[in-house]
Design a protein around this ligand. Structure first.
Ligand SMILES: CCCCCCCCCCCCCC(=O)SCCNC(=O)CCNC(=O)[C@H](O)C(C)(C)COP(=O)(O)OP(=O)(O)OC[C@H]1O[C@@H](n2cnc3c(N)ncnc32)[C@H](O)[C@@H]1OP(=O)(O)O
Length: 219
């Protein structure tokens, strides 16, 4: 068995997989603003007590907007290139449901490099509600999957999750800053063993171990 503690490969350029890449700085501020407002809209719509006339008007306005915006769709698999605070270049899928720049559903989770992995902070609203006032377990798993998958990508090279085990230690609250951590524990060829956790008020609410399989880079 070979155990690597150092990066085992250069991060591949997604263009070599035939994927389009946009720089995060080239995403228009107006689009970022729209994404943020639609995120708020989803939360409001899920909880509104507005009267029927207002609801009908809102549905018509949203239908009209949807039609106007449904032009020039990006190619599926479009990636965003960003430079992390330590200078590392990172790639992420632009509509990634957890951290995509243009996904209105994403919390979003932005992760920064720390020794051995990545760390981020996120606060969840009712979009992510499962039990009353608490995060849905599937979303807790999604946050952890993203954190450990991204940690694996920046510490070694990108891969897919082969196995993810989550221990739910405490309920994960909504409207509370959450610390999300992912790290690489060891690598063995294409296998990357990773772990992570979510903390609320410093207490671990969920922890995960996972196995990532690094994708093979085209020659
Ligand atoms: C450039 C692009 C940038 C992208 C940026 C991404 C950012 C990341 C953020 C994303 C975050 C979100 C992340 C997501 O959402 S990833 C999306 C969710 N995951 C998937 O859809 C993955 C589906 N599964 C597969 O595609 C294949 O099974 C994979 C690719 C995983 C392996 O199929 P592949 O044909 O390639 O490999 P192999 O079969 O030769 O196996 C190789 C080795 O691995 C061992 N093994 C395999 N499976 C398991 C298992 N379950 N338990 C234990 N061991 C397992 C196997 O025994 C062998 O070991 P060894 O015999 O060598 O010792």
């Amino acid at each position: 068995m070979t155990v690597h503690t150092q990066p085992v490969a250069e991060a591949p350029d997604p263009r070599s997989f035939g994927l389009p890449v946009v720089e995060d700085g080239s995403i228009p501020a107006e689009l970022r603003s729209l994404v943020s407002r639609v995120h708020d809209l989803i939360d409001v719509v899920a909880n509104t007590g507005a009267d029927r006339e207002t609801l009908a008007e809102a549905a018509a306005v949203v239908e009209d907007l949807t039609g106007r915006l449904d032009v020039d769709r990006r190619q599926i698999g479009t990636m965003v290139e960003r430079t992390m605070s330590d200078g590392t270049t990172e790639y992420g899928t632009i509509t990634n449901i957890v951290s995509g720049d243009t996904s209105p559903v994403a919390p979003p989770l932005f992760l920064e490099r720390v020794p051995g992995g990545l760390r981020g902070e996120v606060t969840l609203n009712t979009i992510y509600q499962g039990p009353p006032g608490l995060a849905h377990g599937g979303w807790v798993a999604a946050l952890l999957d993203q954190a450990v998958g991204s940690a694996s990508a920046v510490e070694t090279s990108p891969g897919l999750t082969a196995k993810l085990e989550v221990n739910y230690r405490r309920p994960t609250p909504l409207f509370t800053p959450l610390e999300v951590i992912g790290r690489v524990d060891r690598t063995e060829g294409r296998k990357v063993f990773v772990s992570g956790e979510i903390r609320a008020h410093g207490e671990v609410t969920a922890e995960a171990t996972a196995l990532m399989i690094r994708v093979q880079i085209p020659e």
